[in-house]
Write a protein that binds this ligand. Structure first.
Ligand code: SF4
Length: 216
């Protein structure tokens, strides 16, 4: 029994729209709150509000969907300390669990079974000063690093970090994703191909299917 509680914006079942498991049916647990304010944030509705839920009740709802994959996201999930216990409970229950995190909070205590999908914030986000580069030492071959790219300056910055930290040799996938209101996807794709970067281009699949709708 886990009576610890977390503030939750929403729990829903959909197709994973990003990362290596893009396209797979997944339960999303979106935690409320984020200490960052990225210029292009598309989940501002998760900054406040939500509902306090016990870990037991979260586990019960997640089980009801009968899915194999669970993604804990936000906001910034790690802004709530009991997120660490939630992640452990989900892994104990046998799910393949991923954590989407801004890269600004310490990953040292995250359960080793969790797939970490960590952002490195490029300058266009306005939050690159919050990147906690020591988190890279906590990433391994099952984890992923995501760069959200607004323009050519962000692309050049991301390519330089890719090399500086040997990210392609360290994690399973380095994800380059265009900001929906920024660089054209085709342009970003051409830059990646021209430079022969060992990264995975991605666009948000859920937006292609459902547009700006929330809860999908
Ligand atoms: S870290 Fe994520 S949730 Fe927080 S402001 Fe940036 S994009 Fe939005």
């Amino acid at each position: 029994m886990f009576s610890e509680s977390l503030r939750i914006s929403e729990i829903f079942y959909s197709l994973q729209g990003e990362s290596r498991t893009s396209g797979l049916p997944t339960v999303f647990v979106r935690l409320t709150g984020c200490p960052l304010r990225c210029n292009w944030c598309d989940t501002e509705y998760s900054f406040s509000g939500g509902e306090r839920r016990t870990i037991d009740s979260i586990l019960q709802q997640v089980a009801g969907y009968g899915a194999k994959y669970v993604c804990v996201t936000g906001g910034e999930p790690l802004a709530q300390p009991d997120c660490l216990l939630l992640l452990k409970c989900l892994a104990d229950a046998g799910y393949e669990v991923s954590l989407e995190t801004s890269g600004a909070l310490d990953l040292a205590e995250v359960d080793a079974r969790i797939v970490k999908v960590m952002d490195l914030k490029a300058p266009g986000s306005g939050e690159s000063g919050k990147n906690l580069y020591q988190n890279i030492q906590h990433l391994d071959h099952k984890d992923q690093v995501k760069f959200v790219i607004a323009d050519r300056a962000d692309y050049d910055w991301s390519a330089s970090k890719l090399i500086e930290y040997d990210l392609a040799g360290k994690v399973s996938d380095v994800l380059f994703s265009p900001v929906s209101t920024g660089v054209e996807p085709a342009e970003l794709a051409e830059w990646i191909l021209a430079d022969r970067l060992p990264v995975r281009f991605q666009i948000q699949l859920h937006r292609v299917i459902w547009g700006d709708k929330t809860g999908v």
